[in-house]
Design a protein around this ligand. Structure first.
Ligand code: NAP
Length: 263
């Protein structure tokens, strides 16, 4: 079953499930991305900092991927948030990915010393040049999101933040979604740690699914985008098998009540 899309504030559609690629590098990255494309993934989450965009670019070329049918996200690292540095890093991203544009460009982390207005001015230039179809932010708080929204005439389409069953950031989600900034849940499986959770195990058994699948489904039913990283065939397949079944309201409530990890 194909992945449903969410329409972003830019008017472009993003597949609600993507493949996370952090920690995938070199030949392993190429093998995993190639297999994911064969299995039907159409959305890849990458970043300059992951040092794998050259591998992704090579595999897309080798398999003759239809660029228009893919959704690729990249992110500008916090060393490059000044106007000229952002433009330079963008050139490197496009060169490595061997593409003329990314579908979504994010500020990877809020800047420590650089006002967001300066980075977003560069994003506007990138957008006007057709090098990014949509723009967004990552790891931004409510206040930082509002400042970014006020800093540009372009819509801030997504905020990519850590979000999983034990890190349920409902206030941030409600605020962002009320302003048409869709949350993308990064680290949606708590890097694999959730598979042992008892509530997840119970709900998973009721559906004949795995705890990881239920953890992802809970996020999807909260209208978020999810980008689990997987490198094994079994995990790649499991994470695609999320769209022809539903969690009931009572199950969603039980999962909502799972205690958060202490910060
Ligand atoms: N914006 C940011 O600052 C930021 C920060 C962190 C992450 N991210 C993005 O979010 C993506 C996901 O986060 P993450 O990679 O940190 O962690 P994650 O997706 O929460 O967890 C990945 C781990 O879960 C395992 N896994 C995957 N599918 C599974 C399944 N169905 N059942 C059981 N285990 C499963 C993987 O194993 P195998 O590899 O063995 O299959 C891997 O060990 C990253 O790759 C990156 O693209 C963004």
């Amino acid at each position: 079953m194909s992945t449903p899309d969410i329409t972003l504030a830019s008017g472009h559609a993003i597949p609600q499930l993507g493949l996370g690629t952090w920690m995938l590098r070199g030949q392993q990255c190429k093998d995993v991305v190639k297999e994911a494309l064969e299995l039907g993934y159409t959305h890849l989450d990458s970043a300059w900092m992951y040092e794998n965009q050259d591998a992704i670019g090579q595999v897309l070329k080798e398999v003759g991927a239809d660029r228009e049918s893919l959704f690729i996200t990249s992110k500008i690292w916090h060393s490059h948030l000044e106007y000229e540095a952002t433009l330079e890093q963008m050139e490197e991203i496009l060169r490595d990915l061997q593409t003329e544009y990314v579908d979504l460009l994010l500020i990877h982390h809020p800047g420590q010393g650089v006002p967001v207005e300066r980075t977003l001015a560069a994003f506007e230039k990138i957008y006007e040049a057709g090098q990014a179809k949509s723009i967004g932010i990552s790891n931004f708080s409510i206040e930082q999101t509002d400042r970014a929204r006020a800093a540009t005439g372009l819509p801030i389409c997504t905020n990519q933040v850590e979000y999983h069953l034990r890190h349920n950031r409902e206030k941030l989600r409600r605020h962002c979604h009320a302003h048409n900034v869709v949350l993308t849940a990064h680290r949606p499986l708590a890097q694999g740690d959730l598979a042992r959770d008892e509530v997840l195990k119970q709900v998973a058994a009721e559906h004949g699914k795995t705890p990881a699948q239920v953890a992802l489904k809970w996020l999807l039913q909260k209208d978020m985008i999810v980008i689990p990283k997987a490198s094994s065939t079994a995990h790649l397949r499991d994470n695609l098998d999320l769209f022809d079944w539903q969690l009931g309201a009572e199950e969603m409530a039980r999962l909502e009540g799972v205690e958060a990890d202490p910060d």
